[in-house]
Design a protein around this ligand. Structure first.
Ligand SMILES: [Zn+2]
Length: 289
């Protein structure tokens, strides 16, 4: 399986888990490699990343993240602006475009060490998310002639930013979201769903979400936002491990990509723990098929 990363993923000077953890995961994969995993540099997809970002985000917002002006818009995701923030956002999107391209071309699975995505809306950042890489990936899939796109968002927080972009620019995309931290919620329609969960009902709610998806027409690609931050919200490690196996079984042979999404050192967790959580997804996707 191809996994995309380069050091531009951590180019932002602003230090936060989502601007740093990709490099820790990359290092961990060097120290303790995963079978059947190839780490690829998405550098050749940067041009395409710039084009797609310009299509899904409004121009004044894109200019603000590039230039830092106006400051309120440039810092709307909650970071202190620096030039590396744009580099980082473009790189995370390039990795997701690369993963989508190979997944569809080769009918396989791929991933990118991208995070800080799903709260970014058309005209601003939000909740530590600068550019919406999930919308970028969905746009790429549709451009490649794969109109049935499922965004499966199992980050603890809801993907209101993705919904804001999709409902305006990509209405055919289906978004199925399970949230156990009530942030950035939205009112889905059509085939999309937002399911409110708790640590107690987590397995039942994940099953409910996936069952709904199985009743729909087949998808050309699944874009999985594999958030590990339910672990920061009281969901157990055994439930998250179960979730990753269950999602992998659900995806089966459908082309699919994953993004890291949330997973934090909040609450006295260590970066090593966060790395180990994301490695559950990486190990499983590389070796489950
Ligand atoms: Zn989250």
């Amino acid at each position: 399986m191809k996994l995309f990363y380069n050091d531009d993923y951590v180019a932002a000077e602003y230090a936060y888990d989502t601007t740093r953890k990709a490099k820790h995961i990359r290092q961990s994969l060097s120290d303790d490699p995963v079978d059947n995993l190839e780490i690829w540099d998405p550098l050749h997809f940067v041009e395409q990343s710039l084009e797609v970002i310009a299509k899904i985000h409004d121009e004044p917002y894109v200019e603000a993240i590039k230039t830092g002006i106006p400051k309120t818009l440039a810092e709307s995701q909650g970071f202190d602006w620096d030039t590396g923030i744009w580099t980082t956002a473009v790189a995370h999107s390039a990795g997701l475009i690369a993963a989508t391209t190979y997944a569809l071309q080769d009918k396989e699975r791929a991933g990118s060490l991208s995070s800080g995505l799903h709260h970014a809306r058309r005209s601003s950042g939000k909740g530590n998310c600068t550019v919406n890489g999930l919308a970028v990936a969905a746009h790429q899939a549709i451009s490649m002639g794969a109109p049935r796109v499922l965004i499966l968002d199992f980050d603890a927080h809801a993907g209101g930013g993705t919904w804001d972009i999709m409902s305006h620019h990509l209405p055919s995309v289906v978004q199925i979201d399970v949230t156990c931290a009530n942030f950035d919620t939205y009112q889905p329609d059509g085939e999309s769903r937002l399911i409110y969960s708790t640590p107690q009902s987590y397995r039942e709610d994940i099953n409910h979400a996936l069952h709904h998806a199985t009743l729909l027409d087949p998808f050309d690609i699944v874009i999985y936002n594999a958030g590990m931050d339910p672990l920061n919200s009281g969901v157990s490690l055994s439930d998250i491990t179960w979730r990753e196996h269950t999602v992998s079984d659900f995806i089966g042979d459908t082309p699919a990509i994953f993004a890291l999404a949330g997973g934090y050192t909040w609450g006295n967790k260590t970066m090593d723990e966060v790395v180990s959580w994301h490695r559950i997804t990486i190990d499983l996707w590389a070796n489950d098929r």
